[in-house]
Design a protein around this ligand. Structure first.
Ligand code: ASP
Ligand code: MG
Length: 463
């Protein structure tokens, strides 16, 4: 069996959904479990309506909900032919929106919006998209089973970012899903949505559908997990920055996780984990161009001839330099630094230390002021904003000499604020001024990928 996950833009309207139906029916022989996101923008709209209700603006909440209702009605009218099917679906969908409005009223009256209520609201997007999709597949004469993710995706009670309970999920999924696959049915279910053991709706956090797909793939020992999105796969760089960027046919899980953090907008980093543990290949594919081969993310790809496989970049980085005023790196210094960041729930990305100073980067500067003022109690602190991280990634960097040379040669006269070589030795990260990011990525791309260094690894993507 395989998992096929489609993101919001892949199901955003009738045309997109028809396309997905074709892709799914082409894989019917492989026993697909289809995991869907809500239609593009639905989760945002749902969360916004709850927020408006909390602000006491029920009118605005209703406007949001009505617009979303209209989008779903339009979708199914353009997707489904049978009039009585359409009428029945519209009735069901209206009922769901009536429930949402009641929920919003409750939120407005109480003036309280808990994560538990947010999950109840947010989960409706996936319930609607899967309901419409399953019906459309059935209308094509395919044998389909729509299965509510809340019957198997068991989580803890940490609403809005619930943690899956893997052994329970494996046990439930085997019972709830396998019999239908064995009977030759295509299974359709929701991404993102889960349930506590007691049956209360949870969600896995924003963008959680990829994670759902990986969890389910691991639970059912899938032969592969397909993540269908609107990009061609993992590229050598962001094509908007480096137009000559090529697609990678295969990369390792470790390379993918490094890239995911650095803004390769392909996968949610934690998606990788359940698949890695079971050694299940994840394939990133483009639903707008189903014939393109995508990128395979596997545990042990064939050894490449090149050291560098991809360049990732991320703006909006803040560098904090911390110098001990008295203690000169006395023991406990680093831990007092990190405890400040921990207290302010701000994660530190790159760290580099010398005998007397520590440099680190954060990408969330919402608590910067408090952090700096607490650090100043025991250290000298300098802050540099508007920085960018450039990250050069490749498994073979570990065993190839001269990569750093080439990086610095390519960057030529662009000043580098900070360098960090990950413990994994498969990435090297540089911090530079935000304004120099585009030029740096372009120069590095020229150095490592133009001309294409290994033809069977890098593939042309057509515009
Ligand atoms: N619909 C959810 C979100 O927008 C989950 C997902 O699409 O992955 O966050
Ligand atoms: Mg997504």
């Amino acid at each position: 069996m395989i998992i096929m996950k489609f993101g919001g833009t892949s199901v955003e309207d009738a045309r997109a959904m028809k396309n997905v139906m074709e892709i799914v029916s082409g894989e019917q022989q492989r026993k697909p479990v289809v995991v869907l996101s809500a239609i593009a923008g639905a989760t945002n709209a749902l969360l916004l309506s709850a927020q408006k209700a909390l602000d006491g603006d029920l009118d605005k909440a209703h406007i949001e909900l009505n617009a979303l209702l209209e989008r779903h009605v339009l979708l199914l009218e353009n997707l489904i032919d049978d009039r009585s099917d359409i009428q029945q679906l519209i009735l069901t969908i209206r009922k769901r929106f009536d429930e949402l409005k009641t929920l919003c009223q409750g939120i407005a009256i109480l003036g309280e919006l808990t994560n538990r209520s947010l999950d109840a609201v947010a989960s409706v997007g996936e319930q609607l998209s899967t309901m419409i999709f399953a019906r459309a597949l059935a209308e094509q004469g395919l044998s389909v089973e729509l299965i509510d993710a809340r019957t198997f995706m068991m989580t803890d009670e940490q609403y809005a970012s619930a943690t899956p309970i893997f052994d329970r999920i494996a046990a439930e999924a085997a019972v709830r899903i396998l019999p239908f696959l064995q009977a030759g049915k295509i299974v359709v279910t929701q991404g993102f949505v889960g349930s506590t053991i007691k049956g209360v709706t949870t969600t896995l956090g924003r963008g959680g559908s990829d994670y759902s797909a990986a969890i389910l793939g691991a639970a059912l020992n899938a032969e592969e997990i397909q993540i269908w999105t609107d990009v061609d796969g993992v590229l050598t760089a962001d094509p908007r920055i480096a137009p000559a960027a090529k697609k990678l046919r295969v990369i390792s899980f470790r390379e993918a996780s490094e890239l995911a953090y650095f803004g390769a907008k392909v996968l949610h980093p934690s998606t990788i984990l359940p698949a890695v543990e079971k050694n299940i290949p994840v394939i990133v594919l483009n639903s707008k161009r189903p014939l393109s081969s995508g990128t395979r993310i596997v545990a042990d790809p064939p050894k490449s001839k090149v050291a560098v496989k991809s360049i990732a970049s991320k703006k909006g980085i803040t560098v904090i330099n911390i110098q001990s005023s008295r203690m000169l790196m006395a023991y406990g210094f680093l831990s007092s630094i990190f405890s400040v960041f921990q207290r302010h729930q701000t994660s530190v990305d790159l760290v580099s230390t010398s005998e007397v100073a520590v440099s680190l980067t954060i990408d969330n500067s919402s608590r910067l002021e408090q952090i700096v003022s607490e650090l100043r109690a025991f250290a000298e602190v300098n802050v540099y904003e508007r920085k960018a991280i450039i990250c050069v990634v490749g498994e073979q960097m570990r065993s190839t000499a001269g990569v750093a040379d080439r990086v610095f040669h390519a960057l030529n006269d662009i000043p580098v604020t900070m360098i960090s070589q990950g413990a994994s030795e498969i990435n090297m990260s540089l911090v530079i001024d935000e304004d120099a990011m585009v030029q740096s990525v372009q120069q590095l791309h020229k150095e490592f990928f133009e001309p294409v260094p290994e033809l069977d690894l890098f593939e042309q993507v057509d515009a």
